[in-house]
Design a protein around this ligand. Structure first.
Ligand SMILES: Cc1cc2nc3c(=O)[nH]c(=O)nc-3n(C[C@H](O)[C@H](O)[C@H](O)COP(=O)(O)OP(=O)(O)OC[C@H]3O[C@@H](n4cnc5c(N)ncnc54)[C@H](O)[C@@H]3O)c2cc1C
Length: 403
């Protein structure tokens, strides 16, 4: 018996004994996964027990060091854990920005005090994070940001405005980019800083979207006092930290869409799209999907999704512990998000007129949700850096093309 067989048996046994039965087969999407934090709503309530028992073992962040609340597992053991959870169709106990963006960034750039304070809370799902990068005049050209931080003894006084801050209204802390030296070259005067959203002077107002959901907020800072010890990395050295975090963000976005069903909810048998198409179009005499054009497009989409999933898996398998995502994360981001747009487009094409509903009778909940998912997918190629910007990065840093 190899070490991994032993570990697999241990995990299997633990799941069998502990995992709440109510969570078996629970479908988790980008929106209803557990993001943790002070305002978390656990639905079903067993999600809270699941979070507590998984974090107790360090399995919310399986490869992070144990002293920071992680599980201290190797990548291979993490894979075993993931496979065993998938076998029982159990949802992740915790998800998103803390684990996938600020956590890995703190592991690399944070000091010991910051790691002990923040990583342990992230692993236990106690703190929900949001990202304060974009500003009204700084999106793709992020280094033009104008939010000012002026030093006053052991504190910075922060003034300015962030925009498109996803879920700021539900978050406890924000990782933000601020300008600490207005006279330096624009990339050189930026600092990466952690701010408690409950600090006096922080205010948040939601923005509405075409999809009907409103994850976006404007976040304002008015004379917000933040301790200098909350700076991650060097003062005026935040651009390096910011870029590293973007690498994690792009990998996270890409992996969201590299799964078997990607952004399309599963319906019926077979893959998500094939099951959906069967329920609307039916089968022909040979038992194949009746519409040959749809059949072709779905097969293409399934093959591309599978290839994407395997490529992401290969990249993550080859990543040794401590490997940081480089410009290749831009490749995954472009392909994953364009693929997801194509897939959600296909899902509304399959539903035909039933995809045209927005509210009221005549459309079931899944149909109404599918239309919203399709509209939400439009934003995939903008968030985390637009596809055009990713193509620029690929041209310059992957292909080495001249400016
Ligand atoms: C769903 C979603 C969630 C988001 N969440 C957050 C968040 O939590 N926190 C946060 O800080 N931000 C967030 N953003 C903001 C996001 O990072 C910005 O929208 C993005 O970086 C683009 O910036 P912009 O909107 O200012 O567009 P602009 O930069 O004004 O770009 C406008 C257009 O010009 C193109 N363009 C710009 N520069 C170039 C160039 N050099 N070459 C070629 N084309 C170019 C762009 O591709 C785009 O098509 C989110 C955005 C979305 C859609």
């Amino acid at each position: 018996m190899s070490d991994h067989d032993e570990f697999r048996a241990e995990v299997r046994d633990w799941i069998e004994t502990n995992a709440p039965r109510a969570l078996y087969g629970l479908e988790v999407t980008e929106f209803n996964g557990n993001w943790g934090g002070r305002n978390a709503v656990y639905d079903p309530p067993e999600m809270k027990d699941w979070l507590d028992m998984m974090s107790e073992r360090g399995w919310t962040a399986p490869t992070w060091p144990k002293e920071y609340g992680g599980g201290g597992l190797s990548r291979e053991m993490e894979k075993v854990l993931t496979q065993e959870l998938a076998r029982k169709k159990l949802p992740p106990a915790l998800t998103r920005f803390g684990l996938t963006m600020i956590g890995p960034t703190l592991l690399r750039f944070g000091n010991e005090e910051q790691k002990l304070e923040h990583l342990t809370k992230i692993c236990r799902g106690e703190i929900r994070w949001c990202q304060g990068y974009s500003e009204p005049d700084a999106g793709s050209d992020l280094a033009s940001l104008q939010t000012r931080a002026v030093r006053d003894g052991d504190e910075f006084i922060i003034n300015g405005q962030k925009v498109w801050t996803s879920y700021a209204d539900l978050s406890d802390w924000i990782f933000a980019l601020v300008r600490t030296d207005p006279n330096a070259k624009k990339q050189e005067g930026i600092t990466f800083i952690l701010i408690d959203m409950q600090d006096p002077g922080v205010s948040v107002s939601p923005i509405s979207l075409i999809s009907g959901k409103s994850p976006f907020c404007e976040t304002r800072f008015e004379d917000v006092r933040v301790p200098v010890r909350n700076v991650v990395g060097e003062i005026n050295g935040g651009w390096t930290v910011a870029k590293a975090l973007l690498g994690h963000e792009r990998s996270m976005i890409a992996s969201l869409f590299g799964g078997s069903s990607g952004g399309v909810r599963k319906t019926g048998s077979g893959s998500a799209l094939a099951g959906l198409a069967r329920s609307y179009v039916g089968d022909d005499a040979q038992g194949r999907l009746a519409d040959p054009v749809l059949r072709n497009d779905i097969a293409q989409s399934e093959m591309d999704t599978k290839a994407m999933g395997l490529t992401i898996q290969r990249a993550s398998d080859s990543a040794k512990a401590g490997h940081q995502p480089g410009p290749e994360s831009s490749l995954f981001k472009v392909y994953g998000t364009e693929l997801n747009k194509r897939r959600t487009e296909l899902s509304v094409r399959i539903a035909g007129p039933q995809a045209l509903g927005w509210e009221g009778p005549g459309f079931d909940d899944e149909e109404l949700q599918r239309t919203r998912d399709w509209l939400r997918a439009r934003g995939n190629s903008i968030e985390g850096g637009t596809s055009e910007v990713q193509l620029n990065i690929i041209a310059k840093h992957v292909l080495g093309l001249p400016d």
